[in-house]
Design a protein around this ligand. Structure first.
Ligand code: NAP
Ligand code: 8YV
Length: 321
C-alpha cells in the first residue's frame, strides 16, 4: 500500500472534515506546530495539498515552503487571502465553496438591515431591562418597506440579496464593473448610486481591486438617513472614514459583519447605537457550514481520484480542463 499524499490543514475546519481528509491524505495541522518555521523547513516539501479557510488562506511563508504543492481547497467562497494568480502560475489548482452559502449570507445582510432600521438591539434591551415598564413605549423606528436599495456587487450572493429585498418592495439598483442581464437599474458610478439609495448593501470580493471602494464620498452620498450594510470583506469599506461619517452624522447607520482587522473592531463603532455589529457570521449556521465542508471534501476527493476539482476559482479553471 503506497503512502497517502500529505495534506497541510490550516485554520478552522470542522472535526468532521478532518476525519474525511484522513481517509485519503496523511494530515498535519499547521497550528499544532510549536516551531512553525522549523516545521515548514523540514516538512514543507512533502505536502501536495492544503485545506484552509477564507480567513487564513495560504500565508506567504507556507506558499514559499511547499514547492510540491498541487491543490488548495478553501472553506469559503471569498479567496482574497490566497494569491490565486500566483498559485495558477505555479500550476496549483485552487478551489473554493461558491453557491452553497448564498442564502445564508443574503439572510445575514437582510437581518442586519432590519436590525439597524427597526433598532432591534435597542428595542430588545428596552424590553429586557424593564425600560418598557419604567419609561413606556419604545420610540418609533422607520419602515424597511419600499426602500431604494443599492447593491454593490451583484454576483451569486448579491443576486440572492436582491431577490430577498424585493420581498420588502424595494426598488433595486446595483453597481458592478460590468452590466448584468438583470431587471435592476445599473449604475457604473458608485457615488451616483449611493446618492439615489437609502440602503447600500456591499457584497463584492475583497482584495486590492475593491480596497476602500466604499470611501468617504460614497458614505456622504448615501447621506444622514442612509444605512450601509457590509457582508463582503472589511477591506472594502474605509473603516476610519466610516467612523468619521457616523460621528459627523453624515451617515445614518451601519450593519457590519466584517471588519478591516478581524477580530478587532474599533471601539468607536462599539460605542455607537446606530450600528449593529456581527463577528463575521454570514455563513455560520450548522447547515451551511456542513454544506461548505462537504464541498471542500468533495474538491479534495475528486482531485485524488481525477486530478480535478468540483469548484475551481476562476484563475485556476484552465488547470481543471
Ligand atoms: P461573485 O459571484 O464572484 O460576485 C462578486 C460580484 O462583485 C460580481 O457581481 C462582480 O461583478 C462584483 N465586483 C467585483 N469586483 C468589483 C469592483 N471592483 N467593483 C464593483 N463590483 C465588483 O461572488 P459571491 O459568491 O457573490 O461572493 C462575494 C463575496 O462575499 C466573497 O468574495 C466574500 O468576500 C464575501 N462573503 C462574505 C461572507 C461573510 O461571511 N460575511 C460569506 C461569503 C462571502 P463585476 O465582475 O462585473 O464587477
Ligand atoms: C467564512 C466567508 O466565514 O465564504 C466566505 O467568503 O467569508 C465565510 O463564509 C470564511 O471563509 C472563513 O471560513
Amino acid at each position: 500500500m503506497p503512502d497517502k499524499p500529505k495534506l497541510l490543514q490550516i485554520g478552522n475546519v470542522t472535526a468532521r472534515m478532518t476525519a474525511r481528509f484522513e481517509a485519503g491524505f496523511d494530515v498535519s495541522k499547521l497550528f499544532d506546530q510549536e516551531d512553525r518555521a522549523g516545521f515548514l523547513a523540514a516538512e514543507g516539501a512533502s505536502f501536495v495539498a492544503i485545506a484552509t479557510d477564507g480567513h487564513w488562506g495560504v500565508p506567504d511563508d507556507v506558499a514559499a515552503a511547499l514547492p510540491n504543492l498541487k491543490v488548495v481547497a478553501s472553506y469559503g467562497v471569498g479567496y482574497d487571502a490566497i494569491d490565486a494568480d500566483g498559485m495558477a502560475a505555479r500550476g496549483v489548482l485552487v478551489s473554493h465553496t461558491p453557491d452553497v452559502l448564498n442564502d445564508e449570507v443574503a439572510d445575514t445582510a437582510i437581518m442586519l438591515w432590519l436590525a439597524v432600521s427597526r433598532r432591534l438591539v435597542q428595542a430588545e434591551a428596552w424590553a429586557r431591562s424593564g425600560d418598557w415598564e419604567a419609561k413606556g413605549a419604545f420610540p418609533l423606528t422607520h419602515t424597511v418597506r419600499g426602500r431604494k436599495v443599492g447593491i454593490v456587487g451583484l454576483g451569486r450572493i448579491g443576486q440572492t440579496i436582491a431577490e430577498l429585498a424585493s420581498a420588502f418592495d424595494a426598488t433595486i439598483a446595483y453597481h458592478t464593473r460590468s452590466e448584468k442581464d438583470v431587471p435592476y437599474a445599473y449604475y457604473p458610478d458608485l457615488v451616483k448610486m449611493a446618492e439615489a439609495s437609502e440602503v447600500l448593501i456591499v457584497i463584492t470580493p475583497g482584495g486590492p481591486g475593491t480596497r476602500h471602494l466604499i470611501n468617504a464620498d460614497v458614505m456622504k452620498a448615501l447621506g444622514p438617513e442612509g444605512i450601509l450594510i457590509n457582508v463582503s470583506r472589511g477591506s472594502v469599506v474605509d473603516e476610519a472614514a466610516l467612523v468619521a461619517a457616523l460621528e459627523a452624522g453624515e451617515l445614518g447607520g451601519a450593519g457590519l459583519d466584517v471588519f478591516e482587522a478581524e477580530p478587532k473592531i474599533p471601539d468607536a463603532l462599539k460605542a455607537m447605537d446606530n450600528v449593529v455589529l456581527l463577528p463575521h457570521v454570514g455563513s455560520a449556521t450548522v447547515e451551511t457550514r456542513m454544506a461548505m465542508g462537504d464541498l471542500v471534501c468533495r474538491n479534495l476527493e475528486m482531485w485524488l481520484d481525477k486530478g480535478r476539482v468540483v469548484t475551481p476559482v476562476p484563475e485556476c479553471k484552465f488547470l481543471n480542463d
